[in-house]
Design a binder for this molecule. Structure first.
Ligand code: ZN
Ligand code: ZN
Length: 304
């Protein structure tokens, strides 16, 4: 008789069917704003967290006020599913109509609360021509950091998130195939910000990667590198005396790390807000020689 040891993923699969894909909830940005406001209290970068919180509130308003998004045609959805392609990839969709209006609306909402230097840095969103804004959006989506105006990246990213989140909310999980590569969003093909171990419901105790663009979340087992599939030597780091809900999961095979936000430790923890509020952990991981496999558009070249 032979005994087969189950790997972590197989144990979860054996436990029954689990939700592989979570599409963004209606109050996504509002919950994030509240979390950022909470984390900002007494925090060394509290002013910046409050700024991103105001931005998230403005995102929620735009998400609710905007016209209903037109999801891709059913033939296209079926074709993407068959070929394991993300149906909302920016390369396939192009920049959505109205995205610049959203970027300018977000800017006008957050601008009055900023100091003069911050206002000057963000002014270009209102003053520069449409073509410049489109160029910034394409640089951000392509991960071309060199071409980006770092000061406007959080606004450009926030506007794109509103449009892609609205589109993702039109889909059903069954319309989306599992991705070929677990480090890319199955809905839009973007990189994750971080990962989150959720509590409650069918997803209780499961780890999901949170998309930087469309806010969808896809399941990847814990203690496995989402960047290269390695399961050996995975280590977890956290800050002594810091935010207990956040760890960095490192992989010795590809020298990358991704944060894990544990809702068991704090039910309100959010994969974007808590990532931002644990910037010191990024610095620690950089020093230890690990590169991030996630991206947070509010952390490109520091902050204003
Ligand atoms: Zn996505
Ligand atoms: Zn790896």
């Amino acid at each position: 008789m032979t005994t087969t040891l189950l790997q972590p993923g197989e144990i979860e699969a054996a436990a029954g069917s689990i939700p592989g894909l979570l599409l963004p909830p209606a109050d996504l940005f509002l919950s994030r704003a509240r979390r950022l406001e909470q984390l900002a209290e007494g925090h060394p970068i509290g002013d910046y967290l409050r700024f991103v919180g105001r931005l998230a509130r403005a995102q929620q308003e735009c998400l609710e006020a905007g016209p209903a998004a037109e999801p891709p045609a059913s033939e296209r959805l079926a074709r993407c599913r068959e070929h394991q392609m993300p149906p909302l990839s920016p390369a396939g969709l192009g920049l959505p109509d109205g995205w610049r209006d959203t970027a300018r609306q977000l800017t006008r909402t957050v601008l009055p609360s900023l100091p003069a230097t911050g206002q000057a840095a963000l002014g270009s969103v209102l003053e520069k021509p449409d073509a410049w804004l489109d160029e910034q959006a394409l640089h951000l989506l392509d991960g071309n950091i060199q071409g980006l105006d770092a000061a406007v990246a959080p606004i450009v990213g926030a506007a794109l998130q509103v449009h892609w989140t609205r589109l993702a909310r039109q889909l059903e999980p069954a319309q989306v195939a599992r991705p070929e590569h677990p480090n890319l969003c199955p809905v839009c093909g973007a990189h994750p910000v971080s990962s989150v171990v959720r509590i409650g419901g069918a997803e209780n105790g499961l780890r999901y990667l949170h998309c930087a663009l469309c806010s969808a979340e896809w399941h990847v087992v814990r203690a496995k590198c989402s960047n290269c599939d390695n399961t050996r030597g995975i280590a977890h780091y956290h800050l002594e005396g810091g935010n207990k809900a956040v760890q960095a999961e490192s992989c010795p095979a590809c020298q990358s790390y991704l944060k894990i936000v544990q809702q068991e430790k704090d039910p309100l923890a959010d994969p974007v807000a808590d990532d931002l509020a644990t910037l010191t952990l990024n610095l620690l991981m950089d020093e230890a020689g690990f590169a991030p496999s996630g991206i947070n558009w509010c952390l490109i070249h520091g902050h204003p």
